[in-house]
Design a protein around this ligand. Structure first.
Ligand code: 6R9
Length: 659
């Protein structure tokens, strides 16, 4: 990652910068002095955030204990309850009537829950769990659609001090089973089903299948009725959510736990087969979730309507739907379904309907909307939006500009937020009232966060340099381990550079010292001894007016080591545009030349395949491994985590047809 390729740097010399308006800057929660404040005394800064954003049952006196590195202990002698912080204290402060959740079901049904409603529901659910034998310290698996009960279930677990393990509703029975076993869950909370793409999609059968795969310690399955599908029933084990809550008291005393008490386990895939159960604890995690949500999203609880489009099955849903926003007393939209059901303007219709002011979504969704065309969002009034966020993968400058112009009305700041399941909360991001934002760059570590970019030898690089992103100081929401596998925790994150957290992402500084994320280091290609990032070439492709989305892989090549192979989706209107350049314009040749002129001839893809879809996981990440199989003419590997496994058949047959 250390060698220089001057041509590459062109793409990263982004000259456009968008300073916040004076009005935005003046009213912002975070002002520029936050950086100096954090730098003056980092630990004291975090202690202040922990006091400011959370209510403690027992105040802490210790801030950080890293003597057991790599496992940190933050605020360890304090006690608190997560659900009390997210719900009850708002009611106690007189805000019980404030709307917490504006739920929009995919079929168009709606529900509004105030903080007082949430307090009642979470308390009943906590009592129900306790009466089913769930106790402080247990683990509960949650396998639900995006309905309010998902948030209520998480908070009910937290209220009694049981760790939740949310398993994304799109995962299979096998995946659910392995997670239940690994965490030794004693209860499962699920639903009959949820609505997806215009029809009910069953969930309960997957739970039944999972529990039939082998011995587990699951004693009870709580089932929310959502779709009213028929469900198989195991007497004595299965309990309807509405029956259990119907009998339960609406009063429940939250259990004050130690700051280091486990809050949740969330499984994420690593480079090897078995998913890792990332463990987060209570005090530090909640501190950073609330602090980042407050400052990065500039939340004004009385007036904002916040919407994070993630699923609670992912970490973004944990930190920026359930915990951060509710701790901050936000009013937020929760949407059950897909963006194009029943039409491609559904999201924008929701923004208009609820007057959404802050929108947090992923580049893949932005590019998909870009592909559907500007006229779709143009039909809706998006003028309420005042801040936009991006997360999950590097956002290429063209998608960033489109997001700003078409969705943000050329005025809403964009915060590109870099973080991971492991980091628990945002680490690198502009501050919207302070930073002049740059299309494509996550830019700067947040106040209190320390980031560095190191070369192969573990030396820090300076402006213009590139290498591996590392986190060289502990942070409050850092993972506390991999559930049941201490060795893997050390090996995965703390051994590449002993004692320092290795994020697995490539990054570089531009001349201004802003950070650009370059994708996972395993996506970095080596072509004729030159290091090229898949992201940079994808970015170049997407900057062409015909291209909506691109995925690039390095395929092994006898001559050059690796060769660039690109898969592109053309924009809906590309047909007219190519016609303008004349009949039979050679799209592939034009795009190859475009990459050559954007980055340099070295980056020119060996082949470009025009495809209708790209293989994506259910969380929207492109599965480059599968594209690499196609590019290297191999049998396509395991496709079970794809959102739509038929996509690979189409791509493989297209490849054969084109060669
Ligand atoms: C929150 C989340 C983590 C990986 C991370 C990186 C990529 C996330 C990014 C980004 C560039 C951003 N990533 N945000 N890359 N810019 N703003 O996505 O967690 O699912 O664990 O993924 O996602 O590669 O290492 P997770």
């Amino acid at each position: 990652m250390t060698d220089h390729n001057p041509a590459l740097e062109n793409l990263l010399t982004e000259t456009r910068a968008f300073a916040p308006s004076e009005e935005f800057a003046a009213a912002a929660n975070a002002k520029g002095d936050l950086y100096a404040h954090a730098e003056a005394d980092r630990l004291e800064f975090w202690a202040e955030q922990a006091r400011r954003h959370l209510t403690w049952d027992t105040p802490f006196t210790e801030v950080l204990d890293f003597s057991g590195a790599p496992t940190a202990r933050w605020f360890a002698d304090g006690r608190l309850n997560a659900a009390y912080n997210a719900v009850d204290r708002h009611v106690e402060a007189g805000n019980g009537d404030r709307t917490a959740i504006l739920f929009e079901g995919e079929p168009g049904d709606t529900r509004t829950l105030t903080y007082a409603d949430l307090q009642r529901e979470v308390s009943k659910a906590a009592n129900a769990l306790e009466s089913l034998g769930v106790a402080t310290g247990d683990r509960v698996a949650i396998y639900l659609p995006m309905i309010p009960e998902a948030v209520i279930a998480m908070l009910a677990c937290a209220r009694i001090g049981a760790a939740h393990s949310v398993v994304f509703g799109g995962f299979s029975a096998e995946a659910l089973y392995s997670r239940i076993i690994d965490a030794d869950a004693t209860a499962v909370i699920t639903a009959d089903g949820g609505y997806r793409r215009g029809k009910p999609s069953a969930l309960k059968p997957a739970v039944d299948d999972a529990l039939a795969k082998g011995e587990t310690n699951v004693k009870h399955v709580l089932v929310v009725r959502r779709t009213e599908q028929d469900v198989a029933w195991t007497e004595g084990r299965d309990v309807w959510w509405h029956d259990a809550l119907g009998e339960a008291s609406a009063e429940h005393a939250p259990v004050a736990v130690e700051a280091e008490h486990p809050l949740f386990i969330l499984y994420t895939s690593g480079t090897t087969g078995k998913p890792k159960g990332i463990l987060h604890t209570t005090g530090g995690y909640l501190t950073q979730a609330a602090y980042t949500h407050w400052n990065v999203f500039d939340l004004k609880p009385e007036t904002d309507v916040y919407w994070c489009t993630a699923d609670v099955g992912w970490v973004t849903g944990h930190s920026y739907i359930t915990y951060g926003p509710l701790i901050n007393g936000a009013t937020q939209v929760l949407y059950e379904g897909t963006p194009d059901t029943p039409h491609q303007g559904r999201w924008w219709e929701i923004v208009e309907k609820y007057g959404v002011t802050i929108l947090y979504t992923a580049p893949t969704a932005i590019r998909t909307c870009m592909k559907w065309g500007d006229d779709v969002p143009a039909k809706f009034d998006l003028s309420s939006l005042r801040l936009l966020g991006s997360v999950g993968e590097p956002i290429n400058p063209e998608a960033w500009m489109w997001y700003r112009r078409v969705i943000g009305g050329d005025k809403a700041p964009i915060v590109d937020t870099w973080w991971q399941t492991e980091t628990g909360a945002i680490m690198i991001s502009p501050l919207p009232g302070v930073t002049a934002t740059k299309p494509g760059s996550a830019q700067v570590p947040l106040p209190g966060v320390s980031v560095s970019i190191w070369d192969d030898a573990g030396e820090a690089v300076g402006p213009g340099g590139g290498g591996y992103l590392v986190l060289d100081q502990p942070w409050p929401s850092m993972l506390r381990g991999i559930w049941g596998d201490e060795q893997r925790f050390s090996d995965t994150y703390w051994s590449r550079f002993p004692g320092t957290y290795f994020a697995g992402d490539g990054a570089k500084y531009d001349a201004d010292g802003d950070i650009w994320l370059l994708g996972r280091v395993d996506d970095v290609m080596n072509i004729s001894g030159h290091r090229l990032s898949t992201t940079e070439i994808e970015s170049a492709l997407v900057s062409h007016e015909w291209v909506a989305e691109a995925a690039v892989v390095g395929a092994s090549d006898d001559t050059t080591g690796q060769a660039v192979v690109a898969f592109v989706i053309l924009r809906g209107d590309a047909k007219e545009k190519t016609d303008e350049v004349g009949e039979g314009a050679d799209v592939v040749a034009a795009l190859r030349n475009h990459v050559a002129s954007e980055i340099g001839p070295i980056a020119k893809p060996r082949s470009i395949l025009v495809v209708a879809e790209l293989p994506k996981t259910r969380s929207g990440k492109i599965m480059r491994r599968l594209l690499r199989d196609v590019a290297e003419n191999r049998q396509v590997g395991d496709v079970t985590t794809l959102a739509d496994s038929s996509v690979m058949d189409l791509i493989s047959s297209g490849m054969k047809g084109s060669s």
